[in-house]
Ligand binder design. Structure first.
Ligand SMILES: Nc1ncnc2c1ncn2[C@@H]1O[C@H](COP(=O)(O)OP(=O)(O)OP(=O)(O)O)[C@@H](O)[C@H]1O
Ligand SMILES: [Mg+2]
Length: 498
């Protein structure tokens, strides 16, 4: 979020305006510069006092912690299933479910690292491929990414082997007895083998980002995986996004691949925070994918406290947090729905706000401000991405509130909405559609619409804004279409006159 969109002046807003700035230095005014161009005080103030963070990275979402308290059970279940890969068998496919921020990705990455390192230790051919389907969201891309990974791996294996063999051949040329128990009868046999490996290497090609027919991509992937014996675990994170975007073909193909592979075996681990996505799957895919299911329940406040404590130890300087900071972050995030990501965001933001205050201690107030800031960021994002019609409806509600209209009803919103549509020349929806849009805004938590009984006049909706008015208006008018609305006063006036 950019502070200048919302409140360039830092003026009167419902919310502490200092919350609106991102924690960056670019909002320090140029007027503080000295004549000689130096800027005393620019960084000095910020550097003053003890630092709060020892290692802020630890609180960022990109950091994968080595310890995951309260996920032992889920991690053990995964390991119990995947251990067959280390015995050379095919593990059952696994489906992992759980709400956002319940540690699914972190646990899956942890398990995959352990699996790979153990397989190296015991020299068993087992590989894990992690794909985030939010980014890689079509069958073509998933298969291409897998194909290219395995092509790379095969090439690396071949190169290594070629080096060994070329060296062996050199030595054998001097003294053929070095071939002893290598299984090569003569220098010529070694040469033949080298030739055939070179041919294999030539035959592998990288799949381009687009352009090939899907079956060619699939075949390239197939040949690359099956090039030598191994067990491959494919982790498809945010698997629901893949199904939503491009159906279940990929999963269908992958779940049947083992019946055709000769040397290798593939097992799939799907991860989703949408519990219902399997409803959209072909029943065969559904049963194959869900051979094993592991549920990640939300964290409660006590568990979140443990998680935060572990991270805070590394992230903050000793004594930088007052005693109530972690419990409060945990309590806020537990209310949210037990989301560890939210808890960590709160803690980091609270630390950043304290840092900017120039204090060397994060306290309860910083957490409360952080909660407001994060909530406001969410609102800004939701409002910014609303469709134009919804923005107009919301704008109408804001106009009415700004003009002191309370207990706004749908008819009033509709009148102002109509004038706004005329003003910027967009189609006007029916009152019924506008009522639907108001309900949607209600569901998003942007407005509050309650049905009240007016006795013999029937029932009506009373609408009020549930988000800070100034900031929301600023986000709306930053939309180029709505910015054409110039003087809004007359629209509301029209309504009063009529
Ligand atoms: N038990 C835990 N211990 C320490 N950190 C955790 C734990 N669970 C989650 N986290 C942290 O919380 C954040 C969110 O976790 P993660 O990304 O694994 O959630 P997720 O379940 O994959 O959510 P989503 O469904 O939104 O992808 C990450 O920064 C992660 O490191
Ligand atoms: Mg995740």
């Amino acid at each position: 979020m950019r502070s200048d969109i919302l409140d360039p002046e830092g003026g009167e807003t419902g919310v502490d305006s200092s919350l609106l700035d991102d924690v960056v230095l670019d909002d320090v005014g140029p007027e503080e510069n000295d004549a000689d161009g130096a800027s005393p005080g620019l960084f000095d103030d910020l550097l003053e006092g003890e630092p709060i963070f020892e290692n802020k990275e630890v609180l960022r979402p990109s950091y994968t912690p080595r310890k995951l308290p309260h996920r032992e059970e889920q991690i053990n279940s995964m390991a119990t299933i995947l251990v067959s890969a280390l015995r050379g068998d095919t593990p059952s496919n696994i489906l992992i479910y759980g709400k956002t921020g319940t540690g699914k990705t972190a646990s899956a990455k942890f398990v995959s690292d352990e699996l790979e390192s153990t397989s190296q230790k015991y020299e068993v051919p087992c590989e894990v491929e992690y794909i985030n389907c939010e980014v890689t969201d079509t069958q073509y891309r998933v298969l291409a990414q897998l194909a290219n990974k395995f092509v790379d791996k095969n090439e690396a294996v071949i190169d290594e082997r070629l080096e060994e063999l070329t060296e062996l051949r050199e030595r054998a040329r001097e003294d053929e007895s070095v071939l002893g128990d290598t299984g090569f009868a003569s220098v010529e046999v070694v040469t033949d083998h080298i030739e055939s490996l070179r041919a294999d290497r030539e035959a592998f090609e990288q799949v381009p980002m687009t352009g090939w027919p899907t079956d060619r991509v699939y075949n390239t992937f197939f040949d690359a995986v099956d090039y030598h014996e191994r067990v491959v675990v494919i982790m498809l994170d945010e698997i629901d996004k893949l199904v939503e975007k491009s159906g279940d073909d990929t999963l269908y193909n992958l779940s049947r691949i083992n019946s055709e592979l000769e040397s290798s075996r593939v097992s799939i681990m799907g991860i989703s925070n949408d519990l219902k996505f399997t409803d959209f799957l072909d029943p065969r895919v559904k049963s194959s994918l869900g051979e094993e299911e592991i549920v990640f329940p939300p964290y409660d406040a006590t568990q979140l406290r443990d998680i935060l404590r572990h991270r805070a130890e590394v992230a903050f300087e000793d004594g930088a947090l007052t005693d109530d900071v972690i419990p409060l972050c945990a309590a806020f995030a537990a209310q949210e729905h037990g989301d560890a990501r939210r808890a960590l965001d709160l803690l980091r933001t609270a630390g950043e706000l304290a840092e900017r205050d120039g204090t060397d201690e994060v306290d309860e107030n910083h957490v409360r401000k952080a909660q407001e800031k994060i909530e406001l960021d969410r609102v800004v994002e939701v409002v910014r991405t609303l469709p134009t019609q919804s923005k107009l409806v919301l704008f109408a509600i804001i106009m009415l509130e700004k003009n002191g209209v309370h207990n706004i009803n749908t008819g009033e919103v509709y009148n102002v909405y109509q004038s706004l549509c005329e003003e910027i020349d967009v189609d006007t929806l029916t009152q019924r559609r506008v009522t639907d849009l108001i309900s949607e805004l209600d569901m998003l938590g942007i407005v509050n619409a309650v049905v009240v009984s007016k006795g013999r006049y029937g029932r009506t909706k009373e609408i009020s804004l549930s988000v800070p008015i100034e900031e929301t208006e600023a986000v709306l008018t930053s939309d180029s279409r709505l910015s054409e609305i110039e003087n809004t006063q007359p629209f509301v006036q029209t309504r009063f006159d009529s």
